[in-house]
Design a protein around this ligand. Structure first.
Ligand SMILES: [Zn+2]
Ligand SMILES: [Zn+2]
Length: 271
């Protein structure tokens, strides 16, 4: 099943979630912000569908070098899910610590609101940034590219539900799973919350690799990004960090300085 169909299958649930949240917590929504999120989602989905036309042949070319022939059953599917969620953690952590990846990911963080529609705020530049590279180890291990893409789509669909201010703590569940409270921390700019909780589905990766931070009652989340936030012009929203990065690249002297601009931590100077 193509990735778009999996996400389309979740669409009624997404719209119901947004409608319920809007009627209960209207103050969490701003029409312009949600329209921007809708446009960003549509453009991201369109570019992703096109890029898969190019990437699938590449994935199947890689698949011939796989280490194992993996039969499909519930145990191997569980293994695939765990491996993909682990790789997602590293993709997301790198997206915050590597300027090249942050240039795409910054779009997701460029809202000072947190509601279900924030989940749709995605950049069409992810295929250029190379998100897909993070899934190639799964293909080389021996998971069929179609299964890999289906699991990626399901993981991203799950993350819709963590973009809300609805729930506080969810005892026991929040020890293992990424829940709204954990992801609110991820979107916050409070110093103690910066670069924390990179989880997709399982929060265990943050707990294992030292990036877990619980939400504190006395420290309400302030959403957005450090530095100037581009929110008005959609084109700027998508491309301003790329422009800023390449300007810095051209200004840098020497190959090491240039590489540091692209692959070092993102700069929060005025972009
Ligand atoms: Zn992030
Ligand atoms: Zn998010």
């Amino acid at each position: 099943m193509p990735i778009e169909l999996i996400q389309l299958a979740f669409a009624p649930v997404f719209f119901l979630g947004i409608a319920l949240e809007y009627f209960h917590q209207r103050k969490r929504y701003a029409i312009r912000d949600s329209l921007n999120n809708a446009f960003l989602a549509a453009s991201y989905q369109g570019v992703e569908a096109l890029s898969l036309l190019l990437l699938m042949p590449l994935f199947y070319w890689l698949y011939q070098f796989r280490l194992f022939d993996i039969a499909l059953n519930w145990q191997t599917l569980l293994g695939a899910f765990l491996l993909q969620d682990f790789l997602y953690y590293w993709f997301h952590r790198c997206s915050h610590r590597v300027h090249w990846l942050w240039a795409a990911h910054v779009v997701h963080h460029s809202s000072d609101l947190m509601n279900f529609s924030t989940a749709f705020r995605q950049s069409l530049m992810y295929p250029v940034a190379g998100m897909w590279l993070f899934w190639t180890p799964m293909i080389l291990v021996g998971f069929d590219p179609k299964i890999v893409i289906a699991i990626v789509a399901t993981n991203l669909a799950f993350q819709f539900f963590v973009h809300t201010e609805y729930t506080r703590r969810i005892p026991v569940i929040d020890l293992i799973f990424n829940v709204p409270s954990h992801h609110r921390v991820h979107h916050a700019t409070n110093p103690q919350y910066i670069d924390k909780n990179f989880a997709g589905v399982l929060i265990i990766w943050d707990r294992l690799f030292g990036t877990f931070e619980p939400e504190q009652q006395n420290e309400p989340c302030r959403y957005g990004i450090v530095g100037k936030m581009e929110r008005k012009n959609l084109f700027n929203m998508i491309f301003h960090q790329w422009r800023f990065m390449f300007r810095k690249y051209h200004e840098a002297k020497g190959i090491r300085a240039k590489a540091w601009i692209l692959f070092g931590p993102p700069s929060h100077e005025k972009a």
